[in-house]
Design a protein around this ligand. Structure first.
Ligand SMILES: [Zn+2]
Length: 204
């Protein structure tokens, strides 16, 4: 059965008809010329590599100290979990919850969710769960603020350097590369191609 896809341009609302592309080509809206979807070579395999990289960096970010402060002979190490717990203990409950959501739960859900979606496509699994997860990921995405936290962390490192000896931990670099790898993943993975591939999976 041949399926004809029609979809609205997210920029101008023009209805476009899907056409198959060759590797390296991109389809543009007939009205506003914005890019609708791309056909990238090895897109799914490269995205899977970025997801595994992201998962390793995520574990490192959570397992090791972000920074350590040395003042008056005392060294204090700060991990993401310690920072979250410290805010909670000082009655900043919302801040603590926001920190946990943005630094632990959202990134992990995005990485594991996309892993499930891409494995479903590559291994031709039944797609109902992958479809649900990919839709949830689209809904959760605007609430993820990993990049904002990265900027806050950089500012804090510069400011804290004035009042104490500051040692940047391995989790700090892991976190920077985690943000970069997730940004690369978001830029590389074409959502329309994923939806089309999920539709082509064997139905339940
Ligand atoms: Zn358009």
């Amino acid at each position: 059965m041949t399926i004809t896809y029609q979809f609205a341009c997210t920029h101008c609302g023009q209805i476009n008809i899907y056409q198959a592309l060759q590797n390296g080509e991109e389809a543009c809206c007939v009205r506003c010329s914005s890019v609708l979807y791309r056909q990238r070579k090895y897109m799914f395999d490269a995205s899977l590599a970025l997801i595994f990289t992201g998962l390793i960096l995520f574990v490192m970010t959570n397992a090791f100290p972000l920074i350590a402060l040395k003042a008056q002979g005392v060294t204090q190490e700060l991990t993401i979990w310690k920072a979250t717990a410290a805010f909670w203990e000082q009655d900043y409950y919302w801040l603590s919850v926001l920190l946990a959501l943005n630094l632990i739960i959202f990134p992990l859900f995005e990485l594991l969710g996309l892993l499930w979606v891409l494995l479903t496509i590559r291994l031709a699994w039944q797609p109902p769960w992958a479809i649900k997860i990919f839709r949830w990921l689209s809904e959760v995405k605007p609430w993820g603020m990993l990049e904002v936290f990265m900027l806050g962390l950089l500012v804090a490192v510069v400011k804290l350097g004035d009042i104490a000896v500051l040692v940047v931990g391995s989790a700090f670099w892991a976190f920077i590369f985690l943000v970069l790898s997730m940004a690369a993943l978001g830029a590389h993975l074409d959502r329309f191609t994923v939806w089309r591939a999920l539709t082509a999976c064997p139905s339940a």
